[in-house]
Design a protein around this ligand. Structure first.
Ligand SMILES: Nc1nc2c(ncn2[C@@H]2O[C@H](COP(=O)(O)OP(=O)(O)OP(=O)(O)O)[C@@H](O)[C@H]2O)c(=O)[nH]1
Length: 290
């Protein structure tokens, strides 16, 4: 799904999430484990206020395991429970209910002492487009839910999806916008496939991706593209990859678009392994510099 985020759309998205907040006990904030900072909504704390939440680092199968563990510690230090999950394969999902029960135990005890009958925990998933919200809902539900398209004149009421006996999930997730004004964030969203290729220049995204790989995973870059040494000059690096793969235009020049498209496709397709584009240390350094 592509959403053009204009102020009106952002206000509407926020209103929708705020409305639904009243219905739930807890929020499951879904982010991309490869970019847990850039794939969050910049106003999430303000929007969900003091509602209990669990951050779900989704697509953990595509991220660097050690860095995901660092992110879990980073959130924990902020008093936020974070879990690594893979919604596609369904791994890590059982833990969600366990953690939610723990976080809500006091509230439910209080309700019980007031004589309220025990009930399932009510939750809602929120996240930016492409975070994996539908995949997670389908996984938790255990079977595919038919997507209801836009039907003019039909008001869609909220539906609860039962996840075992202990959890009820709103069938429609809250979709919030990413922090796209920041160019670095935009590049990270592009390289992980969260925003449409047409929005950013392909070569810009490839430059970002190659620099990142050169700094953090040089060996994988060398091995994948059959190059012996990574030059400092980015054009030289494009040339080396182009030559190694034989991406030439008819006049013999390197086809930079083909290099760009290939680099991005292969990174997204995990041909260069599991990658994390953000580390908590980068974020903390950024915060200190402000
Ligand atoms: N490898 C991997 N892919 C995933 C995972 N979760 C979701 N995906 C893929 O990510 C893409 C986006 O997933 P969706 O469930 O459509 O994301 P969404 O958040 O509902 O997206 P919008 O409808 O745009 O808001 C799909 O191609 C999924 O197959 C995961 O844990 N691991």
């Amino acid at each position: 799904m592509t959403i053009q985020w204009f102020p009106g759309h952002m206000a509407k998205a926020r209103r929708e999430v705020t409305e639904k907040l009243k219905l739930v006990d807890i929020i499951f904030e879904l982010v991309d484990a490869r970019i847990p900072f850039s794939s969050r909504n910049p106003m999430i704390d303000e929007i969900i206020q003091h509602k209990p939440r669990i951050v779900l680092l989704n697509k953990a199968d595509m991220a660097d395991k050690e860095i995901t563990a660092e992110w879990i510690r980073y959130f924990k230090n902020q008093g936020i429970t974070a879990l690594a999950i893979n919604s596609q394969a369904g791994t890590g999902l059982k833990q969600i209910v366990t953690e939610a029960k723990g976080l809500l135990s006091e509230k439910f005890e209080r309700l019980k002492s007031k004589g309220v009958k025990p009930r399932a925990i009510r939750a809602m998933i929120v996240g930016i487009p492409n975070a994996g919200k539908s995949t997670l809902i389908n996984r938790l539900h255990g079977k595919n839910i038919a997507k209801t398209g836009n039907m003019p004149g039909v008001t869609k009421s909220q539906q609860w999806i039962k996840v075992g006996k202990e959890l009820e999930l709103l069938d429609t997730p809250g979709i919030l916008w990413p922090k796209f004004e920041d160019q670095q964030v935009g590049l990270k969203l592009a390289v992980t496939g969260a925003i449409k290729d047409a929005i950013l220049n392909l070569q810009d995204v490839a430059v970002y991706a190659l620099r990142f790989m050169g700094n953090h995973y040089p060996q994988r870059l060398e091995e994948r593209f059959g190059i012996s040494e990574i030059p400092d000059d980015i054009v030289e690096l494009f040339d080396k990859i182009g030559n190694s793969r034989g991406f030439k235009l008819s006049g013999g020049d390197i086809d930079y678009d083909k290099v760009s498209e290939t680099v991005i496709r292969e990174i997204r397709g995990e041909k260069l392994g599991s990658l994390s584009f953000e580390r908590p240390a980068d974020l903390m350094a950024q915060e200190e510099g402000q």
